[in-house]
Each structure stands twice: as structure tokens, then as C-alpha cells.
Design a protein around this ligand. Sequence first.
Ligand SMILES: [Fe+2]
Length: 356
Amino acid sequence: MVLGTLWNEDTTPSYGSKDPIPLDLRHKEHARRSTTTIESDEALKLSLKEVNGSESDEGQQLLHKEILRIENQDGHESIHKELQRIENKDGQRLLIKDERGYVPPPDYLQKEAILDYDLDRFPFVNALRKVLNENEDADLSQLHKTISCQRIVTATTQRPVVGPRQNPWNKAYQAARNIGVRTEDCIWWDFMGLYHDFVQNYILDALSVDYVAFQSYPSFRCHLPYTGAVGRPHRDADYAHGSSEINYWLPVTEVFDTNSLQTESKRDQSDFHPIVAKPGQVCQFYGNQVFHYNVNNETNATRVSIDFRVIRKTEGEWSAESFDKFRLGEYFKIMSRSGLVEVDTPEFKWLVQEAR
Ligand SMILES: [Fe+2]
């Protein structure tokens, strides 16, 4: 039984989900948000069974289907996004699933935020200098002035984009990781210890949870001047990442203008801008659902950054879907308030069970 339909006209320009990137702003589309409230039908019972493991009390909980429709200039309409929201009678949110079956993080975590952290407490610049085999006072924003990089920069006069494999700092990072994983190499494990410390003592607080799944190894990026943009505009969902994920992007050089990651502050905002931040700041953003990309670095500064994805342990976000392709104990490790949760411990097994 349908109780109510259609609310909230919204003229914010938006884009079809199959569009690779809203770079061409000439084709403005008209977004209309519709909400249909459904009470007591088979779909509702099925959904509530998923939530509670039992049938709902009729009338105690409502399933809202929220559909964002995109209408182009020809009047053609296609479903852009569909959410299922289950609320109690007071309107308190119990669970939202998107069209892929994931529960997204709450709204405040879907907005880009630049967060400060104590660089003395979490010395990422020093740790990465060591990983890259640079001097302890090296200015990482000037890596492109080293002899090996000069060759790379010169080579790009013939080929405008230098891929990650040609970048000597990507190679240095990968080599440190490969050696570290095989041995007791203290430089790598000092860096990983710092990473774990940051997740345990900073990220858990930022996310207001006691457990978080986090990317086992952070991704490393080095964007040299004049070397073009690596990768294409994308949302992480394009690469089968689940939409419960939240991204952290942590630069160890000042980032601005074209040396930084370009993104929109929230999905469909289309307010594309470079992230502006410095060491001691980390950008929290919803890379799963916002477009982000690099452009040709036309500054005189190299950008060095790490980034990683996390999933909070909350009912819904911590789900079988979330860890289906990117698995706990493999792509993700688990951090608790008291430290890393080792694989094969009873606590780890319980946390895996909690995701089923
Ligand atoms: Fe991404």
C-alpha cells in the first residue's frame, strides 16, 4: 500500500550514473527527487527480515524508498540512485541500503572535511622520507629536482603522461614494502606502526566507533610536476568498492592547485576543486560516490600523499556485502581501541561473523 509520493523539487544539476565524469557542464540535466513511502507489502517484509532477522511488528517500522531521478532535455527519465531507508515511528533512521545493497555512512561523513592532526604525534613526513630513502631533512615537494626525476620530466616532453611504474618514488615505496613484507626491515615496519597508531588513536575517534576495517597497506602517490594526470576521473564504486567505505587522503607535502586531488565536496555537488591541505592535515572524503581525479601538475611542487579506505563497524555498514570483494584479513585489517585485531583470534572471528 503506497502512502505518499513525490516531494522536493530540486534543480541542482546532476548527471547520469553512467557518465564517466561531469566535465562537460554544457549538458545540464534536471534532477528531481521523489520519495515513495511503502507500508506493509512483501518487499517491506523481506527488507525488515534482513535487518532484524525476524519479521517486523507491522506499523512499527516503515520502509522508505528514495529515488533520485535524472531527467534530460528530451524528457527521458532514468533511475539514478535508489535508497531504502527503514525508520521507526519517530522517524529515527534504522538502516539505509543503496541500490547495490550497501549501507552508506551517515551524511556528515559523506561530506569532504579537512581534519587537523598532531604531526609530532604522528610524524608521517619523517616516516615517508625514510621509506623513500631520502635524507631526514629532505623537502619532499622538491623530489622532482633530483637527477632521476629530471630524466623523467625530460622524457615527458615526448610522452605527456608518466605512469606510476615510471615514477621512481612509486618504485621506492613498492620496493620498501616488498622488502618489509618479506623481512623485519625496520623502516617499513616503523612506517606501518605509525599507520596503525594513526588508525587506532585518530581515525577511530574521527569516526566515533570502536572498530574499523582499514586498508591493510595504504596507497602511495607521487605526482611530479609536468608529468600529466595519472588515472581517469572516477568514483571508487566504479571499481566495485562498496559504498560503506570512507576515504582518507593524507598529504606529506603542501597540496594545492593542480598538484592536488580534484574532487567535489559531496556527491553530485559538481563543485570541483583541488584539495588544499598541508602536512598535519588529512582529508576525509566519500571517494566511493564523489568523482575525483588528477590533472596535469602545472605547479613547481611535487605532491606526495598516502590514502586509505575504511569501513566503520556499525550495524549495516559492517556487512557481508562490504567485505565480499575486499575481504577482512586480506584487503582490510581490523583496528580496535586496544590495537590491531590479529587474524585467527576469537575477536577477529567474532568480527567476521558480525559481517554476515
Ligand atoms: Fe579513487
